[in-house]
Ligand binder design. Structure first.
Ligand code: PHE
Length: 341
């Protein structure tokens, strides 16, 4: 019995000196391990006289439970301390210190898009979103480009296994919007488009357009011309002239390529307009009666015009970027320098 008391006294001293998990583990081995002090004391029972065996056994077991408990408590405590220390040693980030890096900003395309949207909003247009993955029907059939039509060649794109396509133009949203709102209708719908292109400074497989539609009674080409002139003057912040050349798009009839007098030099000739004084800017035209019909609108009652704006192209002009690939690239330096222009 005295031996047991001594074991406990010794344990208590060593226990108090124990500062790390390793030391705690060593302590466990020393007392409770295979040849630990408590284990040895248990084995001693064979040398204890029979009438004392019971009391001795109980005492050793009590001692064992006590030591086990203390070691386990100590373990929890040391583990917690180690964790706290790890937290303290961890590199700290003070979120209240101003960043060394300059702040991020919106992408040139987003800035340009917002600017154009403001102009249209002030003219009472609604702004719609579009899908990037479209059905072949919406992208082609619904805008009068049936299967095997040669116009599909100009807009080769990425076909998905389920037959859907990455939309080649924002016109893919025309049908949905006509069905959703009916006539009369004034809407713009910007979006990301995809085509299978040979890449160069002015061709990308991923680019942005912004499309618009206006449908009402008695809409004619003069409305289209007047509207485009007003809208572009607003977007560029200066009075511009427009001129129309014939252009072919299966979903408009007649169709045009609209040129705008160069908003940068006022028409006298500069780098942006390649000294011509004009920039080719907006494919447009009167919406084809078949397209109206497919959109659930009666072409005998309503007419309208549609136009496409090359949003990527506008952003490039706006920020004097001369390679379209910059817009999708991750080079912050280039994008940032664009902002400061
Ligand atoms: N969707 C046509 C294109 O991407 C542009 C366009 C839009 C033409 C609206 C006419 C009217 O080439």
């Amino acid at each position: 019995m005295e031996i047991l008391d001594n074991i406990l006294k010794e344990f208590d001293i060593e226990y108090l000196q124990c500062k790390t998990m390793e030391e705690c583990n060593a302590l466990r081995v020393k007392y409770l391990g295979k040849s630990g002090k408590v284990t040895e004391a248990l084995k001693e029972i064979k040398n204890v006289p029979n009438d004392e065996k019971k009391a001795y056994g109980e005492s050793v077991n009590k001692l064992k439970v006590l030591i086990e408990g203390r070691i386990s408590d100590l373990n929890v405590k040391l583990e917690e301390e180690a964790y706290q220390k790890e937290l303290e040693d961890m590199e700290r980030v003070d979120l209240t210190v101003p960043a060394k890096e300059s702040r991020g900003s919106l992408h040139p395309i987003t800035i340009t898009q917002h600017k154009i949207e403001e102009v249209f909003k002030s003219m009472g247009f609604i702004i719609e979103d579009g899908n990037e993955i479209e059905t072949e029907y919406n992208n082609f059939e619904a805008v009068n480009i049936p299967k095997n039509h040669p116009a599909r060649d100009m807009q080769d794109t990425f076909y998905l296994a389920n037959g859907q396509v990455l939309k080649t133009h924002t016109s893919a949203r025309q049908n949905y919007i006509m069905r959703k709102y009916g006539a009369p209708l004034k809407a713009i719908f910007p979006g990301r488009c995809f085509r299978n292109e040979e890449l160069d400074a002015s061709h990308e497989n991923t680019f942005f357009q912004l499309e618009g539609m206006m449908i009402d009674k008695d809409i004619s080409i003069s409305n289209l011309i007047y509207f485009m002139k007003t809208m572009l003057s607003s977007v560029f912040g200066r009075e511009v002239k427009v001129r129309l050349r014939p252009g072919f798009f299966p979903f408009v009839e007649p169709g045009f390529e609209l040129d705008c007098s160069c908003p940068y030099c006022g028409g006298s000739g500069c780098g942006v307009c390649k000294r011509s004084g004009w920039i080719e800017l907006c494919p447009c035209g009167m919406i084809h009666p078949k397209v109206l019909e497919m959109g659930g609108i009666d072409p005998n009652e309503y007419q309208g015009f549609a136009f496409g704006l090359g949003l990527s192209r506008m952003a490039m002009m706006n920020f004097e970027i001369n390679d379209i690939r910059v817009l999708n690239g991750g080079k912050l330096k280039t994008l940032k320098s664009a902002h400061t222009k």
